[in-house]
Design a protein around this ligand. Sequence first.
Ligand code: GTB
Length: 217
Amino acid sequence: MTITITAFERSPDGGKGLARDTRVRWALEEAGRPYEVRLVSFKAMKEPAHLALHPFGQIPTYEEGDLALFETGAIVFHIAQGYAGLLPDDANARARAITWMFAALNTVEPPILDLMVAKILEGDKPWSKDRLPLVMDRIRDRLKPLSARLGSADWLDGAFSAGDLMIVSVLLRLRMSGILDEFPNLAAYVARGEARPAYQRAFADQLAVNTGKPPLS
Ligand code: GTB
């Protein structure tokens, strides 16, 4: 059955891979599932056809036969099921990988999103300069224990999993801030994620959309 996801017609990041379709593309590439992409404009995202797929009028969405999903956590979980390379067969290891997926979305990503809001949406407010250090400290409060848990390991819990895919995806947003460099093992962890061939393909494909250049063959 054909898998179709949606992505920005033109991502505001110009192809840095920060929009959330990249993590879905990455999971599909890891699982070796071919997929098609339907590009949507900001206007189309708020129209009934797209709202039927995504109640909040956002990207990405995922369609496969009769199934339509939204929310990257649910989409990546769905893709990862049945593929041991993303969710191990061992029940406990699988539950732990899923735990890291939740941690990525519920614990690590929120302060990182706050930084985007502080910088981009509230950057012109008079209090923005005072708020920024507080936001950065809240991010450090997450990175410190994450760094301690990772230690010198390659991945968070043995082999690479959907948990790592989600954690790396949310940490990637921090690259520009420089804060990752305070935690060299996390910076190396993110680089390991980015070096995976599946990530490289996902990144190249979204870049091609945003620059009009063909993806790497
Ligand atoms: N919780 C949802 C999920 O995980 O799927 C969040 C989905 C979401 O926020 N989608 C964003 C969207 O559709 C795109 S990824 N926004 C349009 C809208 O809400 O109207 C967020 C995003 C946007 C732009 C950049 N960027 O340019 O750097 C990065 C990330």
